[in-house]
Design a protein around this ligand. Structure first.
Ligand SMILES: [Zn+2]
Length: 120
């Protein structure tokens, strides 16, 4: 006697009926559709974030060209360019200073509302 394989839906956690395709990870067409929608939303979010990171990196580039890492840049100058402070690609340590990474550039934010821009 062949034991039926017990499988659970990766979306809702319910048992996957035996009449579903043997490789199916979903209990129903609804859950299959929900999974596609979730993936599409995640993909859209990633693309949108990437556009912001590219824009941030472009702003850092413009200021780096002007002052390199030699001068502090007032944060309000980046605010004026619509710099997005909540999105980045990670942290990095440069010359023992913690910095926030974009693509080609990173920045360190100081308490006096200025920053130093680093070329990576
Ligand atoms: Zn389900």
């Amino acid at each position: 006697m062949i034991k039926p394989k017990i499988r659970f839906c990766i979306i809702c956690g319910r048992l996957i009926p035996d009449n579903r395709n043997g490789n199916s990870k979903f209990c129903s067409d609804n859950c299959y559709g929900d999974n596609k929608a979730v993936n599409a939303a995640e993909s859209y979010k990633k693309k949108a974030e990437h556009i912001v990171v590219v824009n941030n990196d472009e702003i850092l580039h413009d200021f780096y060209v002007l002052v390199q890492s030699k001068e502090y840049v007032p944060a309000k100058q980046l605010v004026a360019r619509n710099f997005n402070w909540s999105i980045h690609t990670g942290g990095v340590v440069i010359k023992n200073i913690k910095a926030i990474k974009m693509i080609r550039y990173a920045y360190t934010f100081f308490e006096n509302q200025t920053l130093i821009i680093w070329k990576l």
